[in-house]
Design a protein around this ligand. Structure first.
Ligand code: GDP
Ligand code: MG
Length: 430
């Protein structure tokens, strides 16, 4: 997956400037890339439309090159495509928490049962594994051996033919565990018979979470698969396996996200450890092959915050609360020398290197001071008397003189904010 996306990123990085023709070309490239990842056509279309519209309408924040902003928009839209900012959690909220694993034959259920068990055991949960696949005789030994390898208790009945009975006794057997994972068959006389059986198991054990296991290599067909199961019983979450062995994983993820089901984990290899929670954000950053993406995203967010703060100053609302926000976002933006480069030329030229270094140190001190103030004090600095200043200094681990110095800077800034206003308007025409 990251291979097909890295070409796209390379292209974008090679772009000199973004005009209509370049944008056209890029959007075609984005479409090609998404189709290669087997993302459903309707999603590809709306994705590209959205992205192009954003790139045309949104102005990159000050200091962010348009090219980098384009990558950011792409990243942002991809995250949305794959389910948004959600961080899926697996929380066994009762004891025992019964998990039912479903999926077609070969999707990776049995392997996933062991992977999930290991994942949870590592986090301190007591886990039991139950095998109910009576159709494939090898399934019993497969899960038993995996259970042994990861050191988790196993329940199965080699000679019982009724999967529902095994499930009931298995869950009963593990009633003192934190989590019971019930593996099921993926094949039957026919599809109808299979779905009837898992429905019967569902009715018999009343699982707390039904997890559907889907093989990533089916790509966009994952949606139809999920919907077929959803007709018979509720699907609470999805696990996509074999993300390591196909370029179509993106399509599978997008298709599942479209159905409204939540992907909680992905399988990334045959080994029991090759399994991880699915975070759209982290996943997309990795696919785009950008270790520095997080830094870029943070920076862009900080610049947006910074602009909000500047707007507040513009509208004449410079109290200490705004001052604090300003400092927070300045600290997030990183080395101050870079921040000052973003300022209108006139101001930057007047600031010396030493001043920059000094302010960098001061910012941290000031943040500590501001954090020790009450909201009332931030809103209304006039109430700050000697005893309050002493208390604040003590809380921030600085001297009262430091507090007074900061207040002087703030006071000067407030006086300056009128001139600042004019300069800001020059910088950010709206
Ligand atoms: P089941 O029929 O649904 O129980 O599927 P199995 O658990 O028996 O897995 C079928 C095959 O898929 C096995 O060869 C597994 O090793 C393989 N498999 C499962 N998960 C993954 C994965 O995340 N990556 C890869 N590469 N192979 C996997
Ligand atoms: Mg199996």
């Amino acid at each position: 997956l990251s291979e097909i996306f890295s070409k796209l990123i390379e292209k974008i990085r090679g772009v000199e400037y973004i005009d209509e023709a370049t944008l056209q070309e890029l959007s075609r490239e984005i479409q090609r890339t998404l189709l290669k990842a087997d993302v459903p056509l309707d999603l590809v279309k709306s994705f590209t439309e959205n992205a192009v519209k954003r790139i045309k309408e949104e102005k990159p924040p000050a200091g962010i090159p348009p090219r980098e902003y384009l990558i950011y928009v792409l990243y942002d839209e991809l995250v949305k495509l794959l389910g948004g900012e959600q961080t899926p959690e697996f929380k066994p909220v009762k004891r025992p928490y019964v998990v039912l694993l479903l999926g077609v034959e070969g999707s990776g259920k049995t392997t996933t049962a062991a992977k999930l068990a290991k994942y949870l055991a590592k986090r301190g949960y007591k886990v039991g594994l139950v095998e109910t696949d009576t159709i494939r005789p090898a399934a019993f030994d497969q899960l038993r051996q995996l259970a042994e390898r990861i050191g988790v208790p196993f329940y199965g009945e080699r000679d019982e033919k009724d999967a529902v009975e095994i499930a009931k006794r298995g869950v009963q057997n593990f009633r003192n565990m934190d989590v019971v994972i019930v593996d099921t068959a993926g094949r039957h006389r026919n599809e109808e018979a299979l779905l009837q059986e898992v429905k019967a198991i569902y009715d018999a054990v009343g699982p707390d979470e039904v997890m559907l296991v889907i093989d990533a290599t089916v790509g966009k067909l994952a949606a139809a698969q999920a919907e077929a199961f959803m007709k018979y019983l509720p699907i609470h979450s999805v696990i996509i396996t074999k993300m390591d062995s196909t370029a179509r994983g993106g399509g599978a993820l997008a298709a599942v996200a479209k159905t409204g089901a939540r992907v909680k984990f992905i399988g990334v290899g045959e080994d029991v450890d090759e399994f991880e929670p699915f975070h759209p954000r982290k996943f997309v950053a990795r696919v785009l092959g950008m270790g520095d993406l997080d830094a870029l995203v943070e920076k862009i967010k900080a610049v947006f915050e910074e602009e909000e703060v500047l707007e507040e100053i513009e509208s004449g609302k410079l109290d200490l609360l705004t001052f604090k926000k300003q400092i927070d976002s300045l600290l997030k933006l990183g080395p101050l020398s870079k921040v000052f480069q973003l300022l209108p030329g006139g101001i930057a030229a007047k600031i010396s290197e030493e001043q920059i270094e000094l302010s960098q140190k001061n910012l941290k001190k000031w943040r500590a001071i501001l954090s020790s103030m009450t909201r009332e004090e931030l809103k209304n600095p006039d109430v700050l008397n000697a005893s309050r200043i002493r208390r604040i200094a003590l809380g921030a681990g600085v001297t009262p003189k430091d507090v007074k110095e900061m207040l002087t800077v703030y006071e000067n800034l407030r006086k300056m904010s009128k001139t600042l206003k004019r300069q800001l308007r020059l910088r950010m025409p709206r």
